[in-house]
Design a protein around this ligand. Structure first.
Ligand SMILES: [Zn+2]
Length: 436
């Protein structure tokens, strides 16, 4: 027996582009989303669909709301939740001063489990139903985030970090041991329910050539696991890579050389790249995570979305917490708009939605199962609530179109504007404030 959800409904069918192509989105002012056994049956106009349904179909109404697909976060570090908003450094100093000490605390499996649970709750409170997640070097960090996601039936990809040089001794593994641990985690978690494994070298600066090579071999052995790393985030980092790998044409070429540039490889940041890198990334099927709050907060640079999309690279938004400053994809899209505006590019609201939903699903090679409401996709969705704050209520009341309404929610909204988050058709209970 299907279940129905009635509200305004908006989803993307493809990338609306900088010109906001109207054929790329579908909008139902009074819409109905039909769900059965956790999958989308159909989305369409309420009056048409209701007349076809059995009279006793359960209909949940969200008057004044807006149903959109669950948000997808293409790059985030759950062990950095407790150092979000730490003052004053750029990438390499920030890692040493904040990130590495925070990650060292994950030697304690109980602490890892506690943070994983809070992290997943926070994601759901922000309407995020899928993410590609960094753990720490400790294998039990991956266990912790997978257990937390599995308990809520979330589609989530994660991995244990590989890191065997240029970092504190307590956070180092070594090439062979890191691969043994990663292989065991792949066998344990990859493809279990909705979970997927990502081979996760932190970046080329903290892995020896031997470890990068072993990671590439593991990736070749498991073509359907993901690869997740950082690329060309910060100028000093890029210079350091050039010094360490003088024989390689570029930072991206380091990963390519070791077999880590391929389909299902997702690279966070991609700020300092040239056209030849972009062509190579597109040809090999690599994807980019656009992390605007992090790029601004750490002073890293500006992501060139039009150049990436012109090269036909898959792109989605990433929050990059804790270098990023919010787990909210609404806030992240707001900063993406400003990053593009600074470069004299547009980010129409429909394209912002695309980058947080279908585009992100494409970047993760998950668009066959999530990202919009086509029949048969998994029913992960969010109900946006304009009345979440008095200011959004006032601003949205003055909006004439759905684009204007959603743009205001992106610019002004946050977790207060998430009325409900559904994972495979099931409403998740989320605590959004200490007294909730
Ligand atoms: Zn990151």
């Amino acid at each position: 027996m299907p279940e129905a959800f009635r509200s305004s409904i908006l989803h993307c069918l493809s990338d609306p582009g900088e010109a906001a192509s109207s054929s790329a989105v579908e909008y139902f002012e009074d819409g109905l989303l039909l769900v059965e056994d956790g999958d989308v049956v159909e989305a369409g106009p309420a009056d048409v669909l209701l007349s076809k349904l059995p009279e006793d179909t359960r209909v949940t109404d969200y008057p004044g709301g807006l149903i959109v697909p669950g948000f997808v976060d293409c790059h985030v570090h759950f062990p950095q939740l407790d150092i979000i908003a730490s003052y004053g450094e750029q990438l390499l100093d920030w890692l040493n001063r904040y990130a590495y000490p925070a990650e060292a605390r994950f030697a304690d499996p109980d602490y890892a489990r506690e943070v994983a649970d809070v992290f997943v709750e926070q994601m759901l409170a922000n309407g995020t139903t899928t993410a590609l997640v960094f753990g720490t070097v400790h294998p039990h960090s991956a266990d912790a985030i997978f257990e937390a996601a599995a308990a809520r039936n979330m589609r989530l990809i994660a991995g244990k970090v590989l890191m065997d040089c240029n970092c504190p001794a307590e956070l180092r593994d070594e090439a062979a041991g890191g691969m043994t641990a990663s292989r065991a985690l792949i066998e344990k978690w990859h493809g279990k329910g909705r979970l997927g494994y990502a081979i996760t070298p932190r970046f080329a600066l903290t892995s020896t050539p031997g470890q990068l090579q072993a990671a590439g071999q593991l990736a070749a052995e498991y073509p359907d696991v993901w690869v997740h790393t950082h690329l060309a985030e910060n100028r000093n980092e890029v210079d350091e890579i050039a010094r360490l790998f003088p024989e390689r044409a570029s930072y991206l070429d380091v990963y390519d050389h070791f077999g880590l540039l391929r389909e299902r490889a997702v690279f966070a940041h991609c700020l300092h790249m040239n056209d030849s890198d972009r062509a190579s990334m597109a040809a090999k099927g690599g994807a980019a995570a656009f992390c605007p709050t992090s790029n601004l907060f750490l002073g890293s640079g500006l992501f060139d979305l039009p150049a990436m999309r012109a090269a036909k690279i898959r792109c989605g938004l990433g929050t990059d917490v804790g270098g990023g400053t919010s787990l909210s994809l609404l806030r992240t899209a707001s900063e993406a708009y400003k990053v593009l505006h600074l470069q004299e590019h547009a980010l129409p609201v429909s394209r912002a939605l695309y980058l947080a939903t279908l585009g992100a699903a494409e970047a993760l090679y998950l668009d066959d199962c999530i990202g919009n409401f086509l029949p048969g996709k998994e029913a992960d969705f969010v109900v946006l609530d304009p009345t979440g704050s008095s200011l959004t209520a006032r601003r949205v009341a003055a909006a004439d179109t759905v684009d204007e309404k959603l743009f205001a929610l992106i610019m002004l909204g946050d977790d207060r504007n998430i009325a409900a988050t559904y994972v495979r058709g099931r409403r998740q209970s989320v605590a959004t404030s200490p007294d909730a």
